[in-house]
Ligand binder design. Structure first.
Ligand SMILES: Cc1cc2nc3c(=O)[nH]c(=O)nc-3n(C[C@H](O)[C@H](O)[C@H](O)COP(=O)(O)OP(=O)(O)OC[C@H]3O[C@@H](n4cnc5c(N)ncnc54)[C@H](O)[C@@H]3O)c2cc1C
Length: 463
């Protein structure tokens, strides 16, 4: 009998186990499957908490809906009836201590028509006039390897970029836009510039495509995202799941592997999947020849603070689902989601639930990362008062620090992964890396990665 051990019970490890178990059944394989998770609970960065009438997600809060991997998994797990979708609405940018709606007909804050540009309350008349140079100036120097920040600024002007585009784009791509290439961010923009002579015109010509994407809904479940984790655990009842025990080491022995657990027990395996964060994989493998590549992988940090109030969410100052903060303002948060509006299932009595995000990129982050929970809540309450003009004591508080837990895919990320996997295939075949540290941070990317990992293992150790 062959044995596979999966280390890490987040969505990647669970998906890997699910698809391994499925293949085992379909092909009647003589295969033993073991999952080892350090926490007492499964899910990793997907974990729902319930308090009073509120549902709060300490990590991820939504899954992209239009994707085959998630549609298929939800069907297999018979979770269709529990699905809920987000409410769409106006998003705002908080700048100069005021909320400004991101104009309709924009893609990442970039106007897709002159009307959209003119309707902006974020940009002055001079800034709008400057942006019109996009219609006149030809592209003579920029290529896909140029910085996306300089490209946007050259054609659309500094003000539009700083006030309307950077706040939106930096929420999507962490890092300085001047250090990211057009190729790794929005490659179609330079194609449009070259083909239509203007970024705005190019987006206008291709509007239908972007409208379809804007209507693309997000999914959660009536009782929160942990529903997906709990159901995966349930269907894995035929496999072994060890919770509350960390893996310490994986060693090669006579063509197989010995997995050493923190409780002193060992498991012998033919294949091992490392679906824990990359720094954990590095510690478990203890292999000097891999250290340089592992050290090239980077993480950033984030603090998430939920505040639930005993007031109706109609007291919010505007329609909509939340705001992103531009550099030009007094608050310390990077973004604030009006959760009870965006996800109505999270607040049974439509009482106000907001979620504040504080990211490494924020100038305030350095002073906040070592604050106590009480101090962090104080900062969040001041931000709420300043931005939403709401005061009052929250009845529910949930603070989560994700210190060095958010994978940051910089320019050399792909190279580092390629080098790591090539070395590992050579020195320890059938020990594989999986998950958000390597192959995409979104939940659907993790599910897809788990499925591919399961298929590759079966091909490699059985067929
Ligand atoms: C605040 C936040 C918001 C997010 N929002 C979204 C969103 O809305 N939509 C979206 O698609 N994605 C979102 N993401 C990203 C997404 O949640 C993650 O990329 C994804 O859940 C990662 O899954 P994973 O299984 O690869 O890793 P993880 O969830 O990190 O799982 C790794 C597991 O390994 C375990 N482990 C660690 N060490 C050991 C050890 N020594 N032995 C055994 N087990 C170990 C951990 O306890 C953990 O359970 C968000 C992430 C965060 C943090």
């Amino acid at each position: 009998m062959k044995k596979v051990v999966v280390i890490g019970g987040g969505i990647t490890g669970l998906s890997t186990m699910h698809y391994l178990q499925k293949l085992k059944k379909e092909k009647s394989l003589d295969l033993e499957l073991v999952l080892v998770e350090a926490n007492e609970f499964l899910g990793g960065k997907i974990h729902t908490k319930h308090q009073d009438n509120f549902i709060m997600e300490v990590g991820a809060d939504s899954i992209v809906a239009r994707n085959e991997a998630i549609t298929q998994l939800i069907e297999e797990l018979q979770l269709e009836d529990e699905k809920v979708y987000n409410s769409t609405g106006i998003s705002y940018i908080y700048t100069n201590n005021e909320l400004h709606a991101i104009p309709a007909d924009t893609v990442f804050g970039i106007p897709t028509s002159i009307e959209s540009l003119n309707s902006s309350t974020l940009v002055s008349d001079a800034g709008k006039k400057e942006a019109l140079k996009d219609l006149e100036l030809p592209n003579e120097t920029f290529t896909k390897e140029s910085s996306v920040g300089s490209f946007l600024e050259y054609f659309l002007g500094k003000e539009l970029v700083e006030k309307q585009i950077v706040p939106v784009l930096s929420g999507v791509y962490s890092g300085d836009l001047n250090k990211l290439t057009i190729a790794t961010t929005l490659p179609y923009l330079i194609d449009y510039k070259n083909k239509y002579g203007s970024i705005i015109k190019g987006l206008e010509e291709n509007k239908a495509k972007f409208q379809a994407a804007a209507n693309k809904k997000f999914i959660s479940f009536e009782n929160g995202l942990s529903t997906l984790i709990d159901r995966l655990e349930e269907v894995l009842s035929e496999s072994t799941i060890i919770k509350g025990v960390a893996t310490k080491k994986v060693e090669k022995k006579d063509g197989r592997y010995i997995v050493l657990l923190a409780n002193g027990e060992t498991i012998e395996a033919d294949s091992v999947v490392l679906a824990a964060p990359h720094h954990v994989a590095q510690e478990i493998l203890q292999d000097e020849q891999l250290d340089t590549d592992f050290d090239r992988l980077k993480n950033s940090s984030l603090i998430s603070i939920y505040l639930g109030f005993d007031i109706a969410d109609t007291q919010l100052p505007a329609e909509g689902t939340g705001f992103i903060v531009s550099e030009n303002s007094d608050v310390k948060c990077n973004a604030c989601t009006w959760t009870s509006r965006k996800w109505t299932h999270t607040s049974k009595g439509n009482q106000l639930l907001v979620r504040m995000f504080y990211k490494t990129a924020s100038p305030a982050f350095e002073s906040m990362k070592d604050m106590t929970e009480d101090e962090l809540v104080e900062v969040a309450l001041q931000d709420i008062e300043m931005s939403l003009n709401l005061t009052g004591k929250p009845k529910v508080i949930e603070v989560t620090k994700w210190n060095d837990q958010m994978p940051n895919y910089h320019l050399a990320h792909g190279d580092a992964i390629q080098s790591l996997t090539a070395k590992m295939a050579n020195s320890m075949p059938n020990v594989v890396l999986a998950g958000c540290s390597y192959y995409g941070v979104g939940i659907v990317a993790c599910i897809q990665n788990g499925k591919e990992t399961a298929e590759n293992i079966i091909n490699s150790i059985i067929e």
